[in-house]
Design a protein around this ligand. Structure first.
Ligand SMILES: Cc1cc2nc3c(=O)[nH]c(=O)nc-3n(C[C@H](O)[C@H](O)[C@H](O)COP(=O)(O)OP(=O)(O)OC[C@H]3O[C@@H](n4cnc5c(N)ncnc54)[C@H](O)[C@@H]3O)c2cc1C
Length: 433
């Protein structure tokens, strides 16, 4: 089968490599050059997934442990500290190395690359995706794997009749600027990593992590924050942490992170989306590498078993993804949106009254459930408005998980449309600005 991968996203590289190894003819079209791929910073994900896919060891000099973490309330009054143990301490790895390992593996498996080639749109015919359009013309193939990220031109150019969601709503993505600044002095605090929820009462979060030789600052909001706001916060971080220098050592640019449920429908005849192009991240923390790699593997296994790329075959990938990962990760969209809907004083109350505790924050909300919250009923009743808003978000999340996991077993257009509507009805929209 001739397969085109649009964008060298993580899941697309994993799927493309495994499919090429399985005898398919795979070419990746990527708008940037090879050396510039992968963010210039460190990220957290499950390292064993990458080494299992590539068959390579993680290089010793590419990763380190992150220190203990404190979540700080909007008023700065309450700090919830997470002391990690040796077993669950967070490991972070240079993203450039992640990318290099995936690219090397894909090349080794026989994948061809066309770098510096921008994909402009999908090519479609009779309800099927038949290829991609680039400045050099149309490239036709049996399957297009869409790994071109959150604003993929392939997904966004699909005709409405495909019923694949094109544009994220407000609150679905997070606009972040991240930079590592030079560090003045060599002191590292006991709790080096501070995360500020609803930072400065704005909708989003920021973090400041004091490393041995740098200070890693991220400022993210659901509306693009702009230079003035970022500079204002940087000034405050420098005042609070005078060890933060002015020189950018790594990063220093903007990134967009999906923080929402995945696409309900992510396939069509000749088309499958993976990674950020299908919004495959954990809504509370925007982690997407694990989900992208798992989805890439799942897609390759689905196609490998059948050698086909029609919607009936690809639907199995779609459904299996939701059963294995989509349902469980979508669950915390309700919690995230309930917090985004709440004014800063509400989030302060949840922190100050210990309605939100370290167990809720350590797992990015995965351990927070309707029953765990009901256990805090008495404390929550001091401000019922906020307690019930949080409870409402968790209930929506639980319904969303159930809806995702009830996808029809076989592809049937009417049944899938009805199921998509059922998923949509469980969304808690972000209306506060
Ligand atoms: C600041 C920040 C911090 C993050 N931290 C973490 C973390 O700690 N852990 C974690 O798991 N995730 C993290 N993420 C999220 C993570 O980056 C993504 O979820 C993950 O990379 C999966 O995305 P992807 O590979 O599908 O898409 P992308 O990484 O966006 O890759 C898409 C690729 O397609 C290419 N492309 C785009 N448009 C075109 C086009 N028109 N033509 C050709 N090529 C195109 C791009 O150049 C890129 O190479 C973070 C993201 C950001 C921005």
């Amino acid at each position: 089968m001739k397969i085109t991968v649009a964008g060298a996203g993580h899941g697309g590289l994993a799927a493309g490599a495994l499919l090429s190894k399985n005898g398919h003819d795979v070419t990746v079209y990527e708008k940037n050059d090879r050396d510039s791929l992968g963010h210039d910073w460190e990220d957290r994900f499950t390292f064993s997934l990458l080494s299992d896919i590539t068959g390579e060891e993680i290089p010793d000099d590419s990763w380190r442990y992150r220190g203990d973490c404190a979540f700080v309330s909007p008023s700065y009054r309450t700090r919830v500290v997470i002391n990690y143990t040796d077993e669950n301490r967070q490991k972070i790895m240079q993203r450039k190395t992640v990318m290099k390992m995936l690219l090397d593996f894909a090349e080794k498996c026989g994948v061809r690359f066309r770098f510096n080639t921008e994909v402009l749109s999908a090519v479609t015919e009779n309800g099927a995706v038949t290829g991609i359009r680039t400045a050099d013309g149309e490239i036709l193939s049996d399957l297009v794997i869409d790994a071109a990220g959150v604003f993929s031109p392939v997904r966004t150019s699909l005709p409405d009749s495909f019923n694949i969601e094109k544009t994220p709503s407000r609150g679905d993505v997070f606009y972040a600027r991240r930079a590592y600044y030079n560090k003045i002095g060599d002191t590292v605090p006991d709790i080096p990593f501070e995360v500020f929820l609803c930072h400065n009462r704005e909708q989003g979060l920021s973090w400041c992590c004091i490393n041995r030789d740098s200070v890693d600052i991220l400022i993210g909001r659901i509306d693009p924050p702009g230079d003035d706001l970022i500079n204002k916060h940087l000034e405050k971080f420098r005042k609070d942490h005078p060890c933060t220098g002015e020189t950018v050592l790594h990063g220093g640019y903007d990134g967009v992170i999906p923080v929402r449920r995945p696409l309900s429908l992510m396939v069509a005849d000749g088309y499958a989306a993976v990674g950020d192009s299908a919004f495959m991240t954990t809504p509370m923390n925007g982690m997407g590498i694990d989900l992208s790699l798992n989805a890439g593997k799942l897609l390759a296994e689905t196609i490998g078993a059948s050698g086909k790329a029609d919607i009936d075959t690809l639907w199995k990938y779609n459904r299996d993804f939701h059963l294995l990962y989509g349902g469980i990760t979508s669950k915390n969209e309700g919690l995230k949106n309930a917090l985004l809907e709440m004014p800063g004083e509400g989030v302060d109350f949840l922190f100050d009254s210990a309605v939100i505790q370290s167990s809720d924050l350590a797992g990015a909300g995965s351990k927070t459930s309707v029953s765990s919250l009901l256990g805090k009923f008495v404390r929550g009743m001091k401000a019922p408005k906020y307690f019930f808003a949080l409870l409402g978000g968790l209930m929506k999340g639980a319904k969303m998980k159930k809806a995702f996991e009830s996808a029809p077993v076989k592809y049937d257009r009417d049944a899938v449309n009805a199921w998509q509507e059922a998923v949509k009805s469980t969304v808690l929209p972000v209306t506060r600005s």
